[in-house]
Design a protein around this ligand. Structure first.
Ligand SMILES: Cc1cc2nc3c(=O)[nH]c(=O)nc-3n(C[C@H](O)[C@H](O)[C@H](O)COP(=O)(O)O)c2cc1C
Length: 329
């Protein structure tokens, strides 16, 4: 246990960082009309009646004087997809508003769009708190959106997600004794099969096997794809079947062999117009299945699960991220 006499400042910061918070951007307008703002996670609610909120501003901030004098400011609670905006407003000085689509709030305060919530405030009081100035604001107006919030924890951006309902228990006592229903392989495998089962009727209608669909969809990623690229891309997913699947697509006139391949040494493939149209139709149908599933899950958790699966994929299949290179423009 550290006592104040022996504080290591870095350790102190780390200990404070264990308190997970949302992320906000607070904006105001300086006397000369300049829009100002900074990223802040010291925001908190104070009182419901009257409606009061607080946050603290470092004495060293470039915007310090303007905020100290400001009669009005706005708190923007950031959404999960606003990490870049957060980083932009955490940079010192700079024109942070360039290129942003703004609204005009009470007292001429610049308002950002696409946030989880916004609180337009009037400065109610200020208190010096060590190397920060604490602002208490009376909320004059607010709005909010059903969107996942951005979270900050341990010095990093994070996601917020609902916890499993406490009552989740293995449905089968037998499984509880074996590898269990929370075995990652079971969860991923079952999710994949159930998800894909909803897409398969569209493939059947188009007369495509799963393998042919994977290859067809992969061929949309580049104008032309070498046999080698395709084999690498399908490695661990299709193995030897990719050759048979691409041949089946060629036989049906959905793809063709490009000879000689301009950018490659060996054989390359490209989609025919029919192939591209079919691929785009099937991808749209697969996406509509995705939206139905994600709608039931809720937007906030949809963002989280995708982020986690991307991280899992980066651990389990680091090649996947680099395989296909830049998408065609
Ligand atoms: C997640 C996060 C939270 C922050 N919270 C605060 C805060 O509560 N108060 C503060 O003064 N600075 C905070 N900062 C730092 C400011 O955003 C940063 O110093 C900014 O450059 C100040 O802008 P200015 O110097 O242009 O006024 C935070 C930064 C990040 C990334």
């Amino acid at each position: 246990m550290s006592t104040s006499a022996t504080f290591d400042p870095l350790e102190f910061r780390k200990a404070l960082g264990t308190f997970a918070t949302g992320v906000t951007i607070i904006t105001t307008r300086a006397d000369d009309g300049t829009p100002l703002g900074l990223t802040v996670n010291s925001f908190n609610s104070v009182s419901l009646d009257p409606p009061l909120v607080l946050w603290s501003l470092a004495n060293s901030a470039l915007s310090f004087d303007a905020f100290r004098k400001a009669g009005h400011w706005a708190v923007h609670v950031l959404a999960a997809d606003q990490e870049e905006l957060s980083a932009r407003f955490a940079r010192r000085g700079e024109d942070k508003f360039g290129g942003l689509d703004l609204e005009q709030g009470i007292g001429g305060v610049p308002l950002l769009k696409g946030c989880a919530a916004r609180f337009q405030c009037r400065t109610a009081s200020q208190y010096q708190g060590g190397d920060h100035l604490i602002f208490i604001g009376e909320v004059l107006a607010f709005d909010r959106d059903e969107t996942a919030p951005l979270v900050f924890h341990g010095g990093r951006y994070a996601h917020a997600t609902r916890r499993d309902p406490a009552g989740i228990k293995p449905r089968s006592a037998y499984l509880a004794g074996s590898f269990g229903e929370d075995f990652l392989g079971y969860l991923l495998g079952r999710s994949h099969f159930r998800f894909f089962a909803q897409i398969r009727p569209y493939l059947a209608e188009a007369g495509l096997s799963d393998e042919e669909f994977y290859v067809l969809a992969s061929l949309t990623l580049k104008p032309q794809m070498s046999a080698e690229d395709l084999a690498i891309g399908m490695q661990g997913v299709l193995d030897e079947q990719s050759q048979a699947a691409v041949q089946a697509l060629v036989d049906r006139g959905l793809a063709r062999i490009v000879t000689p391949a301009p950018s490659t040494a060996g054989t390359a493939y490209e989609l025919s117009d029919d192939g591209r149209n079919l691929a785009l139709r099937l991808i749209a149908q697969a996406k509509s299945v995705e939206s139905q599933v994600l709608e039931r899950l809720g937007h906030a958790d949809a963002v989280v699960i995708k982020s986690l699966l991307n991280r899992l994929l980066a651990v389990i299949d680091p090649q996947a991220a680099v395989l296909w290179g830049e998408p065609p423009r």
